[in-house]
Design a protein around this ligand. Structure first.
Ligand code: AMP
Length: 385
């Protein structure tokens, strides 16, 4: 474990975490309070920068040294998610804990939640980190998704394929992002091979079989919900992917008012029904016949909300911190239209060119090596009329 702040690096005298009183979050966290962030990637980095502007001190926790968030946080713990002693010390050092990605083991957050307030809570995390629970949750609150069936074993897999038909998509229920753990099943695909490929992904045992949606557009809506139940949404945006990775976000999505309202209403309904305190990004498909189907949810800032840093009154990162700290939510009005482009792999080498364009805002994440497809930064082009 390494910690930037020398005071925090010292173990408590008993060898246990110091017994700090559990923070009462019925009042907003005052400036100077410490916000713990599980995960130390670029989302944590941009959240920590927003928190610093509001006077908070952030403490990142993750397994990677010199990670994007660690470079800008007041303190950083470099430790595994199952290191209980490190988790206890982390809990003792912060006033509230949140997370910047949802693939945090539930056992980790359960250790923390017993010691320090966690926002959003374990239930929200548990729903959003598991595709089957996520879709079951949507169904339970009458939110439409692609038709799907669980595939917990080979027998259920056969039943699922029979019910959904082909083509369809077999996805691992856990640890899937950017298309990882997904297999498209065509009429001539071999089911055993598909099952083996899906299970080979992070030892995934449970699958979900989804109908292929012939969508007109992929969109997302980000909704914030405060501890008082107040909600604010950002305008629906269009997301264009390349090799399953988000390439560009177009702000706003070119939708009728009716579809835009429908998408925002779905996001609000999900946040409300989940009892969310924090941020929820809802990815959806818009079909040719005007349906809006939920694909995925993320209970944290989202890549498709990065444009808000430069084109909104309150960015998604500030809004996230406001919700976690119990502050009033900020205005989500858009100041101008925008296009956000991810800088993947060596696209980041264009930084000089991007900086010479007066209408573009560059954000780099401080990552040392530009592996192909790795999110190194993004650029937001502001469209002022
Ligand atoms: P996901 O990891 O679920 O976000 O999927 C990655 C990408 O695969 C999505 O952004 C879509 O482009 C595509 N995709 C996922 N599920 C479906 C589906 N049921 N029908 C059609 N395309 C899908």
């Amino acid at each position: 474990m390494s910690v930037n702040d020398p005071d925090l690096a010292k173990p408590a005298p008993s060898g246990q975490a110091a017994a700090a009183p559990r923070r009462d979050l019925s009042q907003p966290l005052p400036p100077g309070s410490r916000i713990g962030i599980l995960g130390s990637g670029q989302l944590g980095r941009m959240a920590a920068l927003a928190a610093a502007r509001l006077g908070y001190r952030c403490h990142a926790y993750g397994p990677e040294a010199n990670a994007p968030a660690n470079q800008v946080c007041d303190a950083a713990t470099v430790a595994a998610y199952d290191d209980v002693e490190a988790l206890k010390r982390f809990a003792a050092a912060v006033d509230v804990v949140t997370f910047e990605f949802e693939n945090i083991p539930l056992a980790t957050v359960e250790v923390l939640e017993a010691l320090v307030p966690l926002r959003p809570g374990t239930r929200v995390l548990s729903i959003c980190q598991h595709r089957l629970r996520e879709k079951d949750f949507c169904r339970s609150v009458s939110v439409p998704t692609a038709d799907y069936r669980p595939a917990r074993d080979a027998e259920e897999l056969v039943e699922a394929f029979a019910a959904i038909g082909r083509p369809c998509i077999l996805k691992s229920a856990e640890l899937g992002y950017d298309g990882k753990g997904q297999v498209r099943i065509h009429p001539d695909s071999d089911l055993d091979e598909a099952w083996a490929a899906m299970r080979g992904h992070a030892a995934a045992a449970v699958g979900i079989v989804e109908a292929v949606v012939e969508f007109r557009m992929e969109i997302s809506v980000i909704v914030a919900r405060g501890s008082d139940g107040a909600m604010r949404t950002y305008v629906p945006v269009e997301n264009r992917h390349r090799n399953h990775i988000l390439d560009e976000t177009i702000v706003p999505a070119n939708l009728s008012q009716d579809l835009s309202d429908k998408a925002e209403a779905i996001a609000r309904h999900l946040a409300q029904e989940m009892g969310l305190v924090g941020l929820l990004a809802v990815e959806m498909f818009v079909t040719h016949d005007g349906k809006v189907l939920v694909n995925e949810m993320a209970p944290r800032p989202h890549n498709s909300g990065h444009w808000s840093l430069d084109a909104c009154v309150t960015s998604q990162f500030e809004q996230f911190i406001r919700a976690v700290a119990g502050l009033p939510l900020g205005a989500t009005e858009r100041l101008c239209d925008a296009v956000m482009k991810n800088l993947l792999g060596d696209e980041v080498d264009d930084w000089r060119k991007i900086l010479s364009d007066p209408g573009s805002k560059l954000h780099l994440y401080g990552k040392a090596s530009a592996r192909p497809g790795r999110k190194m930064g993004h650029v937001t082009r502001l469209i002022r009329r």
